[in-house]
Write a protein that binds this ligand. Sequence first.
Ligand code: SF4
Length: 49
Amino acid sequence: MPNIKCTVTECAYNSNVMCDAPMIQVNHCGTQNSHTSEETQCDTFKPKA
Ligand code: SF4
């Protein structure tokens, strides 16, 4: 998968501010029609154990 920089370091998939998941899913956030990055979110996020 292409390099994905992610600052959500509390995610179990995060490694040195990069995403290490084999794939990610990104969804709308609070809308059916996003217009800004704030209206998207990573659905693959998993809290660190
Ligand atoms: S799964 Fe999502 S939140 Fe977690 S490191 Fe990857 S991009 Fe960031």
